[in-house]
Design a protein around this ligand. Structure first.
Ligand SMILES: [Zn+2]
Length: 154
């Protein structure tokens, strides 16, 4: 049930309330019961709609939070030759590059792993294979990676 149906249910409930007001003193008991039944049904529909809308809003808030975190993570990375890396202490690239396909398609960052020795890199998520991609293994690589993950947890 979507929000439009929720508004329709609320409108039906308001119409039922107006009918109750319009019933004159010599009201028909059966008519009164029918109007109350319609009112109850409309309010129940409106309640279900609001519960569904609340769940959708919660999902969207969570998605926005995740996207903001991904974006903030990407902003901290260093770009070199079209690939993103963890930053080294001197601001250069460090370690293995991140998958371009996952970043472009989902805005997510998966660090490539070496396959076939130093010839290929493979994405652990989408399984894309990259050839002739540079790695920047230095002493401060593990420190840079640790630092980024520590910032993620903050
Ligand atoms: Zn990928």
């Amino acid at each position: 049930m979507d929000v439009v149906m929720g508004f329709a249910a609320i409108n039906a409930a308001l119409k039922a309330v107006k009918s109750i007001r319009d019933i004159d003193k010599d009201f028909d008991k059966a008519q009164f019961k029918l109007v109350i039944s319609e009112l109850t049904s409309s309010l129940a529909d409106a309640k279900i709609t609001l519960i569904d809308a609340n769940e959708e809003i919660s999902d969207l808030v969570l998605q926005i939070k995740n996207l903001k975190e991904q974006w903030a993570f990407g902003e901290k990375l260093v770009e070199k030759d079209g690939y993103k890396y963890y930053p080294s202490d001197d601001g250069g690239p460090s370690g293995e590059p991140f998958c371009q396909v996952c970043e472009r398609n989902d805005g997510k960052y998966f660090q490539l792993t070496r396959s076939k020795g130093h010839i290929e890199h493979t994405c652990p998520n989408c399984k894309s294979v990259y050839h002739h991609v540079s790695s920047y293994m230095s002493r401060d690589y593990l420190r840079a990676e640790k630092k980024m993950h520590a910032q993620e947890r903050e």
